[in-house]
Ligand binder design. Structure first.
Ligand SMILES: C[S@@+](CC[C@H](N)C(=O)[O-])C[C@H]1O[C@@H](n2cnc3c(N)ncnc32)[C@H](O)[C@@H]1O
Length: 397
């Protein structure tokens, strides 16, 4: 079995050594710290065509081959970040009726998760369950009593209707898992599962498991950046001692490897980001500032606005008065140029997505290990089904 302590220490050291490459976000800075040292690399990146950037951004192996010799430590980090795949059990197929209405990829994820599930007859608690698709499947496979916790009342209702109609031993409760009322649901003689519970939602579960000494835990973490506080303090003692601190935007880097979005969404994203960058060029000049001006996230409908409408809206959000005449075409073009440059420069940060994600997952694994759990960490499915494919499997002796 992998020595989690040693692996975590190696990753920590390499991430600290390479931090000037992955911490700064190109979208926020006109100059990145590594650009001065690597002028030839910058020229090479800026010469890439948008399609080439897109291919490299979505193919981690190709990206590594393209950049490994430029960035010391990148190759070692990549090889340390390869986790073993859990052994999958063969599951008896169910009729399509069982998963009707479930998005195809979700069913594949649930199947893969269930195939790596360590059998137990303990009652099961599903955390942030959504419609409790996973809970229903595990109930079907293992005939255990399932309690599901979910915040959205609609999803709770749907799960309970399905359970009632099918006489299935599953009950969903409408609960905010961050509130103190959740404590009563977490018990020692239990197995808990959490598939893609975001940042502080799965952090809360981990802390409660440790506190209550929950017998068996299966967690596939996701969206580490979705949390109230900007500053991430590692959860494990080893993490706290390691000296690697992350903020929200660095946590976000960990989950930037996504299944490619459809063409319409990609086009919308490109337009919105180019306009944001164009507005940023404009505000820097008006404010005579070197500072990026952060804007709240805007609904997709803004992708259909003209550039001037977009800027006027952003200016109003930031209490900024724009001059009566602005050369809109000039700033729009600047924004489009910046978008191409930012996309190319981001490739450097993308090299570190998986190492940061694995580091975060190991921090969670070590928290459990430090609290007496026997812990295994690996992948439960291929990254094509979901890039958030890391599973923590932990059991108290
Ligand atoms: C990414 S979804 C995952 C759902 C399900 N586990 C699955 O894989 O299909 C996260 C779920 O967490 C729920 N959620 C968000 N905040 C919550 C909270 N504070 N308490 C309980 N559930 C919450 C959301 O409503 C959503 O259903």
């Amino acid at each position: 079995m992998t020595n989690l302590h040693a692996l975590f220490d190696q990753l920590t050291a390499l991430l600290l050594q390479t931090q000037s490459y992955w911490r700064p976000v190109a979208f926020h800075h006109l100059q990145l710290p590594w650009m001065q040292e690597h002028p030839a690399l910058v020229t090479r990146l800026f010469a890439l065509k948008p399609q080439q950037v897109e291919i490299l951004a979505t193919d981690q192996m190709a990206l590594l081959q393209y950049l490994a010799t430029d960035i010391p430590g990148a190759e070692e980090l990549a090889s340390l970040s390869v986790l073993p795949q859990f052994e999958c059990k063969h599951l008896t197929p169910v009729t399509p009726h069982f998963y009707s209405g479930m998005p195809g990829r979700k069913w594949q994820q649930i199947n893969a998760f269930a195939a790596c599930f360590a059998d137990s007859q303990l009652p099961l608690l599903e955390w942030c369950a959504g419609k409790s698709y996973l809970g229903f499947y595990l109930q079907h496979l293992h005939s255990v009593k399932v309690t599901a916790l979910e915040w959205d009342p609609n999803l709770v209702l749907q799960a309970n209707c399905r359970a009632k109609q099918g006489h299935i031993s599953l009950h969903s409760h409408q609960v905010d898992v961050l509130s103190p009322t959740v404590d009563i649901y977490v018990q020692q003689q239990q197995q808990v599962v959490a598939l893609h519970a975001c940042g502080e939602l799965h952090e809360r579960l981990l802390k409660l498991c440790v506190e209550r000494k929950v017998q068996q835990v299966h967690i596939a973490p996701c969206c580490y950046h979705k949390r109230q506080h900007d500053h991430y303090l590692p959860l494990s003692q080893q993490g706290k001692a390691g000296g690697l601190a992350l903020n929200k935007s660095e946590l976000h880097t960990a989950v930037m490897e996504t299944v490619t979005a459809g063409a319409t969404v990609q086009k919308q994203r490109k337009r919105l980001q180019s306009m944001r960058l164009g507005f940023d060029c404009l505000q820097r000049e008006l404010n005579n500032s070197e500072q990026f001006l952060d804007l709240p996230s805007l609904p997709a409908k803004w992708a259909r606005a003209s550039f001037s409408e977009f800027c006027l809206h952003c200016a109003s959000l930031k209490d900024l008065t724009l001059p009566t005449t602005v050369d809109w075409d000039y700033y729009q073009n600047l924004g489009e140029q910046r978008f191409n440059q930012v996309s190319a420069l981001d490739l450097i940060r993308f090299l570190f997505r998986r190492p940061i994600e694995v580091w975060l997952a190991l921090d969670r694994a070590l928290l459990l290990q430090e609290n007496g759990y026997h812990v295994q960490i690996g992948t439960f499915c291929s990254s094509h089904i979901t890039p958030r494919n890391i599973l923590l499997r932990a059991q108290l002796p």
